[in-house]
Design a protein around this ligand. Sequence first.
Ligand SMILES: Nc1nc2c(ncn2[C@@H]2O[C@H](COP(=O)(O)OP(=O)(O)OP(=O)(O)O)[C@@H](O)[C@H]2O)c(=O)[nH]1
Ligand SMILES: [Mg+2]
Length: 378
Amino acid sequence: MTNPPSAPRILILGVGSSGVQAVAHMCRQNPTLDAVVIDTDKKVLEACGMEKIIHVGSAVTNGFSAGGDVELGRQSIEKDSSNIRNQLRQADLLVVIAGLGGGTGSGALPVITRIAREAGTLILCMVTMPFAFEGKPVASKAEGALKKLRTHADAIIRIPNETLVDRADSELPAEQVFSRSQEVMQDAVFALWRMLSQNGIYGLDFACLQIMLRNCDGFCHFASADADGVGRGDAVAKGILSHRLLKKGKVLEIASGLIVGLVGGPNLKLSEIETVMNQVQEKIPTDTWVNFGVMIDPAFENRLTAIVLIAEQWKEPLVDDAGRQMGFTFNRQLSAEQGQLPLETAGKGRFTHVDPTILDNQDLDVPTYIRRDIKLPR
Ligand SMILES: Nc1nc2c(ncn2[C@@H]2O[C@H](COP(=O)(O)OP(=O)(O)OP(=O)(O)O)[C@@H](O)[C@H]2O)c(=O)[nH]1
Ligand SMILES: [Mg+2]
């Protein structure tokens, strides 16, 4: 699954122990995926079987996990940020995968997304939110990280662990339930790769994705449905409209942007494409930005798969890294123009009384984008 030369480079980053495991699982299914895993926990990295691993924070956690401490997770990644920056150099799209609620993933993700934004990379985060049984402190750590992520990520797909289980599932082996989030993320990653790197008969490309993600300024939702044989168009549409991850179709009603990718065999009919698209279109607001693509894959024979990526509107104000509210307002009309992050100079905090680093009459302690008055796009 390496990206063809003309295709955008998609880099998958697994962060923190569950992020490492999810990405290692994907790479076992498809070893050519371009992926790197990052953790504070040496044991997890050594056991994951991945080729590209980055161990962070050896001076902070001594090779152990961050033990649920978000601040230790943040410090660990800050100390090794140059390594991360190097990895991001050639990526057009960064897909960051983590479980929020622990120390490493929750502390590192806001830093990683900041670095990626500075590099101009399009950033999609896919994160699981804790089970209710993990308790309130874990939930609030995850929510805190999510708020910070919003500053720099172009889009975030949240997968609440709770939505992956029905009460009727409580007798299932835990391992089976836990691995469901890995499967959801894997479906989304493989679908994205297919959409962006294969030529369809009706195309979707990186620019479509970029326009939607850069303008959506909100949470995204992903779902896929699959059917075989006669009536497959109708079955796929019903699968999407009743999908658990789309809150049984309710998410479609608040979509501000929607991408639909259909993959079928050589006998895919126009009427089947219409069946899926019409049923989905009936559920979304009339001003939703919609784009779709169709791909023919001989291996699909009588099968039809639909994947949908839905951008939801943000309802809450943006906050910066320090948790302060920012004045960015969302323009619902999707356009190819980028907005700007309304960043202001923050105080130097505990470094207020430290001598500045002056070179060529410039204070290097002031971030470059402020010194040079560079507007950061979002
Ligand atoms: N669905 C699912 N979620 C998991 C699994 N393991 C962990 N999580 C979730 O991910 C969150 C973070 O856990 P980890 O990834 O282990 O934490 P970490 O980022 O490595 O942080 P530290 O271990 O504190 O350094 C947990 O609170 C869980 O909600 C798993 O196997 N399946
Ligand atoms: Mg861990």
